[in-house]
Design a protein around this ligand. Structure first.
Ligand code: ADP
Ligand code: ADP
Ligand code: ZN
Ligand code: ZN
Length: 877
């Protein structure tokens, strides 16, 4: 194992002793875990790994910390509850790096998550070259997220939204009566606007394109809001007569142009649906004032290494490091025309010392000629800050993230990328004596990038920390100092410690579901690859780092797309392929929305490219992504899959419910009549805390049941509705044995390895992988007609190898039924079992974006120049 010799010996720090842990499904377990070691917690999904690592160990460390820093937190701790455990000895303070559930704020970026942005702003403020006579700016003036830094035109967004005739009138051959103005509201409100136009004398029966431009512009863009008489239900001719005779109108109507309506709705509506609808008619384009660089003009006029801060922040970290390295090493480039020369390091260091000693900021070294822009003080500041930046970027590069740019919005990052960003920030923080608790840090990592991660974790450990990892990656388990295997099954079938010791010892444990995979001789795939017969041909694809890529995907087959992180797999599969097929099927362009409801920034540049062949063989596209199935605790797997509708109907059908005239709505926690008033059906209330993120505590009125007492009196087969929501899928399967409509979705959830989830588990508590599998189960529940293209981005994230096998069985079943499956995947066992492999690369960012190798797994495994090939060869045995 690398790096063992340096630093502390693993386990030298003694033991963390856990006694009587009972959190969630843990069955009163005792376990001793070494400190100062890399410890992996393994087991199938739902076995209790997180309940031990996060729910018990981290939660307890957190509780002790809260108690020590804030005595007033005691009340809070009482409310939130303490982990259910008798005792834990030897537990150091802990830092959790959990995969983000839900998405981070729209305005956070790689730069803000890593705090590199503030350092870069300091560099520009203190050491940038300013145009003559421009006063020095503060660091905040370089931030697009502050009022003083943001571009006044786009408020720091980098793009502006506009409505155009094209966006609001997609089909100009229609008349206004036939809804040419698609952006106008539907139903009555839209009719009202049309009637107003009739009163105003516009022809609503001619095709839109036949109307004079002046009229079209007024209807779409005017800010006037005339109030006119409306004769509802009258023909244009009858309206004209009525107007002439000054008849009493049905009512007075207020006109609103389509632009006014769209922008007003977007800005003010409370309904997410309305907002989304309005956004559909808005087009984003790069802000003309700042050219997408998001800052005010003065800030953009300051340069470092010849570049403004917006341009620099848009480069991949690899390029930023390259750009800053000369300054970090004290080599300053000649500033164009200003006559600066490079100084020798020795001379500069001498003057640096003088300044530091409080002497006059006067450069004594004769070989340094100063420029007005870059004075001696500036050079010293520049070197120090640039050095720090280059070092910190180095850590990110080591974790395989050098392809990201600083201004990359955090919501566009995968959870794995985000976790590694946070990990890198921790590594630089120089803490020691801490337990880091991580959640599947290999998620989204190509095996080649996994090695860098191993080194980073080893470094944390060597510095005197304990690293506890919940992980499914077999390589990570092999390299651990210690393995804790939980199981054997999920939920009530798990929760026991099957093994705790050095990895090799697990081989002797017969009940372990992990052991067979960890010690398996790597075998050959189970069946020969299917022969591709027909192809979906993509031509000239431009998206992110794909520049004119041609690619082909076999139809009726299982394709795995591989490549190192950042090589362009998602750009090809989840973005370009999905968008092009959607366009061909005539769907709306995939309406990606940010949290604020605004169209996503990258919707500014849609995918370029076309489908040259095969498109007609695809009749439906299903993108099974890892986005949450809902953003509030009000959605859960029962509501998402639709099975809760059937359950509520069963309750409404009981004699008790009928006697009280309770309908199915009564049994929804989203409807006022049946739910608990105090928490409005959420089951918990949020407790706001000064200086800390708010936390949730069970509702004091219903204790988490979500319903009012009256509703809970109604029972079906002796259970009330809250008790049903508290069941796991597996329990519910037995309970609803005789109800096919409920049984069917439950059986699919179970088959896909989700038997351990509770029906009422809020969407916000589900991991991305669980959300993805729920979507897949919901999809499997529909009748299969073939000809569907399924797209999945890293479906094995968060899955134990055993669960991976179950998932693969389902996906291969879809292919057998005549469908096409395309997955982005790092797990080589899955790739080895595919019919076709497309390897993208060879590197990340601009070093990637090409098809390096394609073919059946064995062919790609033999390809030269592919970074995937060696790992695939191993998996093929
Ligand atoms: P793993 O990390 O091994 O996938 P978990 O520790 O997340 O497993 O889950 C173990 C069991 O505890 C599962 O049956 C799960 O449904 C249950 N569980 C997880 N989180 C909660 C929670 N917040 N409340 C109640 N039960 C939970
Ligand atoms: P992979 O899926 O192979 O990890 P991606 O397709 O996500 O790779 O990324 C390929 C390149 O495109 C990288 O340089 C990445 O930073 C960039 N990229 C990906 N998604 C976006 C996005 N939404 N906005 C800007 N750049 C992106
Ligand atoms: Zn702007
Ligand atoms: Zn309540």
């Amino acid at each position: 194992t690398p790096g063992r010799s340096a630093g502390t010996r693993p386990g030298a720090g003694g033991l963390v002793r856990v006694r009587g842990a009972r959190e969630h499904n843990l069955s009163n377990i005792d376990v001793d875990i070494p400190r100062d070691a890399l410890v992996v917690f393994s087991g199938v999904s739902g076995s209790g790994k997180s309940s031990l690592a996060f729910g018990t160990l981290y939660a307890e460390a957190q509780r002790r910390y809260l108690e020590s820093v804030a005595p007033y937190a005691r009340r809070l701790i009482d409310q939130v509850g303490v982990p259910d455990v008798d005792a834990i000895d030897g537990l150091p303070p802990a830092v959790a790096l959990q995969q983000q559930r839900g998405s981070p704020g729209v305005r956070s970026s790689v730069g803000s998550v890593t705090t590199l942005s503030s350092l870069l702003r300091m560099l520009y403020s203190r050491a940038g070259s300013y145009p003559p006579r421009q006063p020095m700016l503060f660091a905040e003036d370089f931030s697009p997220n502050t009022a003083q830094g943001a571009c006044p035109e786009c408020h720091g967004l980098g793009h502006v939204y506009a409505v155009t005739e094209q966006s609001m009138v997609p089909d100009p051959s229609l008349s206004i009566r036939d809804r040419a103005i698609a952006a106008w509201p539907p139903a009555w409100h839209g009719q009202n606007l049309r009637d107003i136009l009739v009163t105003l004398g516009y022809d609503v029966d001619r095709p839109w394109r036949a109307l004079p431009k002046k009229e079209r512009d007024w209807i779409l863009f005017t800010d006037e809001q005339p109030v006119v008489p409306v004769y509802a239900g009258f023909t244009p001719k009858e309206t004209r007569t009525a107007l002439r005779r000054k008849e009493e109108p049905s009512y007075m109507g207020t006109f609103s142009s389509a632009r006014r309506y769209v922008l007003h709705t977007f800005a003010t509506t409370q309904s997410a649906q309305m907002k989304q609808r309005a956004a559909r008619y808005m087009v984003g384009r790069v802000c003309p004032a700042c050219d997408g660089r998001r800052l005010k003009r003065e800030a953009l006029s300051v340069r470092f290494a010849g570049m403004d801060i917006g341009t620099l922040a848009g480069l991949p970290l690899d390029r930023i490091a390259e750009t800053l390295r000369p300054a970090a090493e004290g080599r300053f480039a000649v500033v164009s025309g200003a006559g600066a020369t490079m100084g020798r390091a020795a001379g500069r260091r001498a003057s640096a010392r003088r300044v530091a000693a409080g002497g006059a900021a006067h450069a004594g070294a004769s070989d340094v000629r100063r420029t007005p822009e870059l004075s001696e003080e500036k050079r010293i500041a520049a070197q120090r800050i640039a050095h720090d930046l280059v070092e910190r970027i180095g850590t990110l590069q080591a974790l395989g993230l050098g392809y990201l740019s600083l201004d990359r919005a955090a919501p566009t990052l995968s959870p794995g990328e985000l976790q590694r960003l946070r990990l890198a920030t921790q590594i630089r923080s120089n803490l020691f004596g801490v337990v880091y608790v991580l959640d599947e840090p290999t998620a989204g990592l190509h095996p080649a990038d996994g090695e860098a991660l191993q080194r980073a974790l080893a470094e944390l450990r060597r510095a005197g920390n304990s690293v506890f990892v919940v992980e499914h990656d077999l390589e990570m388990m092999r390299r651990a100092d210690w393995l804790v295997d939980i199981g054997p099954g999920a939920g009530q079938h798990g929760g026991r410690v099957l093994y705790s010791g050095p990895p090799a010892g697990l081989a002797q444990v017969s009940g372990s579901r992990t052991a067979p995979y960890l010690f398996a001789r790597r075998g050959t795939p189970r069946r020969p690859p299917r022969e591709p017969r027909q192809w979906l041909q993509l031509r000239g694809v431009h998206r992110n780092n794909l520049h004119g890529l041609d690619a082909r995907i076999p139809l009726g087959a299982f394709t795995a797309v591989t490549g190192v992180s950042g090589s362009g797999k998602s750009s090809l599969v989840s973005q370009a392929l999905v968008e092009l097929v959607c366009r061909h099927l005539g769907h709306d362009p995939v309406a990606e929305q940010t949290e604020s409801g605004a169209p996503r920034a990258d919707a500014v540049a849609p995918t370029a490219g076309r489908i040259a062949a095969g498109a007609d063989a695809v009749r439906r596209l299903v993108d099974v992504d890892q986005k949450p199935i809902g953003r509030t605790p009000r959605s859960n797997l029962a509501t998402y899959t639709g099975l809760f509708d059937h359950v509520r109907r069963l309750f409404a059908g009981t004699r008790q419910a009928r006697a009280r005239r309770y309908d199915a709505g009564r049994f929804s926690f989203n409807v006022a009549k049946g739910r608990c008033d105090t928490c409005e059906g959420e089951g918990f209330v949020s407790v706001e805390l000064l200086f800390m993120p708010s936390v949730y505590a069970p509702c004091p009125a219903c204790h988490g049941a979500r319903y009012n007492a009256k509703t809970l009196e109604v029972r079906w087969q002796e259970r009330n509705i809250a008790e049903v929501l508290a069941m796991t899928v597996e329990e519910a399967l037995a309970f609803f044995e005789a109800e096919p409509a409920v049984r069917r979705p439950l059986a699919l959830l179970e088959a896909i390895g989700l038997g351990y989830l509770r029906l009422g588990q809020p969407a916000t508590e589900l991991s991305g992988g669980e959300a993805q599998r729920i979507k897949l189960a919901t999809e499997l529940q529909r009748s299969q007609r073939g000809d569907t293209l399924y797209v999945l981005d890293e479906p094995t994230t968060g899955l134990h190898p055993l669960d991976v096998d179950r998932l693969m069985a389902q996906l291969h079943g879809l292919v057998d039924a005549g469908n096409t499956v395309v997955v982005v995947e790092h797990e080589m066992r899955v790739v080895a079992d595919a019919d076709w492999v497309i390897d993208i690369g060879p590197g990340a960012g601009e070093d990637g974006g090409r098809v390096v190798a394609e073919g059946p797994p064995r062919a790609v495994a033999a390809a030269g120049g592919s970074r995937t090939a060696p790992y695939l060869r191993q998996a093929l045995g």
